[in-house]
Design a protein around this ligand. Sequence first.
Ligand code: ATP
Ligand code: MG
Length: 562
Amino acid sequence: MAGPDFERPSDFIRDIIKEDLKTGKYDGRVHTRFPPEPNGYLHIGHAKSICLNFGIARDFNGLCNLRFDDTNPVKEEVEYVESIKEDVSWLGFDWQERMYYASDYFEKMYEYAVRLIETGKAYVCDLSADEVREYRGTLTEPGRESPYRNRSVEENLGLFARMRAGEFPDGSRTLRAIIDMASGNINMRDPVIYRILHAEHHMTGNKWCIYPMYDFAHCVSDSIERITHSICTLEFEDHRPLYDWFLDRLSVYHPRQIEFARLNLSYTVMSKRKLLQLVEGGYVGGWDDPRMPTISGLRRRGYTPEAIRNFCDRIGVAKRDSVVDMALLEYCIREDLNKRARRVMAVLRPLKVVIINYPEDRTEELDAVNNPEDPGMGTRKVPFSRVLYIEREDFREVPPKQFYRLSPGREVRLRYAYYITCVGVVKDDRTGEIAELRCTYDPATRGGDSPDGRKVKATLHWVSAAHSMEAEARLYDYLLLKADPDDVEEGKDFKSNINPGSLETLTSCRIEPCLADAKPGSGYQFERMGYFCVDPDSTPGKTVFNRTVTLKDTWAKIEKKK
Ligand code: ATP
Ligand code: MG
């Protein structure tokens, strides 16, 4: 096994860990965890946290646990647990045998809560949720102590046992810590430790009708698993004193909590609550809709784990919140697919072309390169015949300035094939729409080069009409119209910002015959049209492609401007 990898670019968290290793703080151990709540599918923000936690374990010969933070039975589902496992594995990380649930520790947590009561650090409070809120005070005003705060240890023990036994209705009582109702940090004003909730839990069934609150469950779980560095997002910075308070008062093993800035991406939303609204409201086809910033959506869209990991490396880890440009994510997938995706020809919006001087009964097999970036990927044969399709937008009857593609009388190159010249335009009598082009080809230009050095200004992609197959292409745009999801009129929410044109479906595309047995998940570059990936919706009769990303790199431009 390789030694600790100090060569990788560092960040403030890795710096802390190196220092702890130097001083022997945790006996040289590094043990992190990724603690998702199974109340939704993972998104690209979670990928940042996964890459960080599992990446640190890898770099320092440590361990990383997968732990489901399942303390809220109402919102959690087994479907989410399964999807989370699939996504973490797909990203390339391995928790080995260390998959845990916070609910594994409910008994221990109960025992710890009893210990807090016994040492005079917790009490059963009969205030309602509204009253607790009212007593809590505000950022500028201190809170007031609950009238139940001075109950005896015996009374508290008895009531807490009865809470567990199911004697009280939901919300009627809570167990609270005795800390400081005047604390400047509201989290420290006698926070709730346990609440009553008669709900079935996906793991523990009906065994429990009291559930621990996140702040208590989280630090206790970290402690039980002997985590060394408990890495979480910045909004938990104000919760750290409470994290420390619980573990100190319990006198148990104490990991160190470190906060980092969460990932925000432009033109999308990231909170699971909002993503759930998109799914339930039918704004998208599901959690794995290719427009979603979920890992499963990105996977279906054609993103690779390598591209996502690379993205997470590039954005780095910092202490201050920021918004990352979606163009950077797109840059990362383009860079990856440029190296690995096979290039093929597909016509998204076909326009028929008849080569009038090409024999009707002839078919030629022309050589095409699979990926100029990687000669090892070889070549293939592409059939050429008298009737072809080209991209409708590659022809203009009256070409504007700077339009160098096909127009009447003009010669262009068909990639890997011949030079052709447009000699006629046939229109639909009724609609006036262009129905087909009449062209001639120059047999001397076979392969796409002119022996007399004649230059053309454009190279078009094409497919043979008789040999190509029909396909569907789904083209995607950003989910939101504005970079900032919350940039909306007063009284409205991010949903008023949804881009109505985020999906365009083209149903009569034509693809090269080599794509006949393309498997769901496989990615290609459609020359000049972008990177595409086969969707699971494909049927034997019709392959469905998702456009992963266009070929236009907007990130390079953004970088240059800076
Ligand atoms: P959301 O706000 O999207 O619902 P969450 O924080 O409630 O997310 P959890 O399931 O609790 O979701 O998150 C699991 C882990 O992933 C936590 O450690 C959390 O800090 C981290 N995480 C969540 N969102 C992001 C993000 N946008 N960037 C980085 N890390 C994140
Ligand atoms: Mg959470």
